[in-house]
Design a protein around this ligand. Structure first.
Ligand SMILES: [Zn+2]
Length: 237
């Protein structure tokens, strides 16, 4: 493997995404050590400069008139900023967990999209993005809108659809976090982002139902990626 060890930074401090469990998962899966390191200190102004100033333009086309008060951070700008603060020892792969929403500009439909993962080195996993970036079920969204329009009981809608998507305080976040880090490690090692097999843990889930299926209900790799993992683990030994 190109990676000899993994450094984890817990900038999110989420109670259901524990670094000890992430480290144990990475050791068991890839056979390489993972350790927690102190999170980098980020100056507020530097962080603010990474905020998306226009949802419909890439950073190089942001202008004076663009507001800059979006809660979304440009994932690659944030990765550059945070990456500059880490000590890059040979063979290290850095994983930062953040609480903020991160996004990337997609030239295909000319707008930003929220992401749970920025797959680079350092890689960034947004715990809020795990809940909010993959879409919730269509019928849930329709029920929420109908409820708001009729002044109905919003809590009743939430409990009726409970468990079908991740919520911020969801204990399933731990397993889902493991899957996102696994995707980033595979991407870095193989150069291939994601898998087209909807049953594989490396599948790029756009829906919450796919996230829950591939990471919690049936967390497995497809045959091709099981082979790739065996080759990687043999190389790590
Ligand atoms: Zn696969």
């Amino acid at each position: 493997m190109r990676i000899s060890h993994i450094a984890l930074y817990d900038c999110a401090s989420h109670r259901h995404v524990r670094m000890g469990a992430v480290a144990a998962f990475l050791r068991e899966t890839f056979g390489i050590p993972a350790v927690s390191r102190t999170s980098p200190y980020v100056d507020r102004r530097d962080a603010h400069a990474c905020r998306v100033r226009n949802m419909f333009r890439p950073p190089e086309r942001w202008g004076e008139g663009d507001a800059g008060d979006s809660p979304l951070y440009d994932g690659y700008m944030l990765a550059d900023l945070l990456g500059g603060m880490l000590s890059h020892d040979e063979g290290a792969f850095h994983v930062l967990f953040v609480d903020d929403m991160i996004g990337t500009y997609d030239p295909a439909d000319m707008r930003y999209h929220g992401r749970a993962l920025i797959s680079a080195n350092p890689c960034i996993v947004s715990v809020r993005g795990m809940c909010e970036a993959p879409a919730r079920p269509r019928d849930y969204c329709i029920d929420v809108m109908a409820c708001a329009a009729s002044g109905g009981d919003a809590q009743e809608v939430e409990s009726r659809h409970g468990g079908r998507f991740l919520t911020y305080d969801d204990p399933r976040m731990q397993e889902v976090a493991h899957g996102y880090v696994m995707q980033a490690v595979f991407h870095f090692e193989t150069g291939e982002a994601f898998c087209t097999d909807a049953g594989c843990r490396l599948y790029n889930s756009h829906w919450q139902s796919d996230v829950i299926h591939t990471q919690v209900m049936s967390p497995r790799l497809c045959g091709r990626h099981q082979d790739a993992l065996r080759r990687m683990a043999a190389g790590a030994a």
